[in-house]
Design a protein around this ligand. Sequence first.
Ligand code: ZN
Length: 497
Amino acid sequence: METLIYCRVSSKEQAETGYSLHQQEQASKKFIEKSGFVLGKIFIESGESAKTQDRTELQKMLKYMKSNVGHVTGLVVWKLDRLSRELYDFKSLELRLSKMGIMIHSVTEPNDLNAVGKLSRNMTASFAQFENDQKSERTIAVMQQACKDGRWCWKAPLGYKRVKEKGHSIIAIDTENAIYVQKAFEMAETNTYSKEEIRRELQAMGLPNLKKDKLTKMLNNVLYMGKLKVSWFPNLIDAIHEPIITKSQFYKVQKIMLARRKGGINKSSNNSEFPLKKILRCGLCGERITGSKSTGGGGSKYAYYHCSSKKNCSIRTPKAELEEKFYCLLNDMILRDNALKATIASITSEFDSQKKRQQQLIKQIKGEMQREKQRKNRLLDFMLDGTLGEDDAKVKMKEIDENLLSYEAKLEANKLEDIEIKILINKFKLFSSNFGDWWLNTMDIKIKEQIQSIIFPNSVFWDGKVFRTGKTPLFMRLSGDLNTPMRQWYPRADSNG
Ligand SMILES: [Zn+2]
């Protein structure tokens, strides 16, 4: 016949109330002595979580009790919540012990199992449960706040790792793995590779076992463009971690994937490699000039501009050569005397009207998004009152989500084209005698095209040798040749090429 002792303490409790394991043990021993029990084995839990029954000393004790049924008759604890913090756990544990003929005694709480004693035990356990629940509520509140602050609280996805910063755990770029993410988006945004091809390429680079659905998840993950998507909040949140890819990349990929899912053909509109495509026309037949790449003899690719006419037109100039000529042309352009002010006024008014159009478009898109969100709410209502089956609702919901995504992409695309006019004007002043360098050094294709259209509001014609312009640039003239700005172009009747 022996009575066991079980002690456990949390470090927080120890700091606050000063009841150490040693003190618990002493009080329990005294209790056994006072009650006339026989002291048996002592089990002391240190550093283990109180939340579950996986505690190692507790397990050891239960094992010991099992193999000593009839011999162990009692268990003394400092407080009942030592045994468990979950009501259910405590009840099941109490039942298990009573089946083995073991009574649980608490040093600090009533032990007689009359109605009051039982109530007291249940209440103790209930309070322990309450404390636990509160803890999870607090955890959720903390996580929600972290999200609001832009911190990601869950597992770091491929390309990121967890780091400590000012006491907070945040995610930071894991350079070793971020290259795979970058590669995946780079390939996806060209709209020329299948997911299987992207998957194989990443594998060849050294990323093992990336499943196709994981790749899809990766390409859908807003985390990579520095945003958080959390179900607690309706909108995307700006994250504090560094993005791995740009927003425009992300939305471009979304657009492509959406189009593919819908089975449509989304021809790539990527013209970043041929900035002159939009402005040049063929000097022989007047058709647009476009760009292409072809594989040369040694397998090397080479790019050239050529006439898009179906007729056998001979205009075909290597990309590098034509762009260098265009660069020289721009650098030969200077503003007419006193024309800077007028030019700036003209740019300003052009951009004002462009901005108005843009704002109108944005307003329209936002309206559409609002309507989709309302549709979603109605759908939820229908689902809740049973008007609509869950499966049907899910299909519709997915459709709405896809629409919302495409609107978001549209919105983002319009924001991207919104170039700050002040910056543009300042640049214009800065480069007013050096347009060529401005154009050459600008990496952003959109700005490159803006510069082109400021200087040449209409098309520029290329006949293989010289540039001509349909309309003389308003405020421009060629340096050194005050009287004849540029020769006018007019179509030739017999252009066989
Ligand atoms: Zn032509």
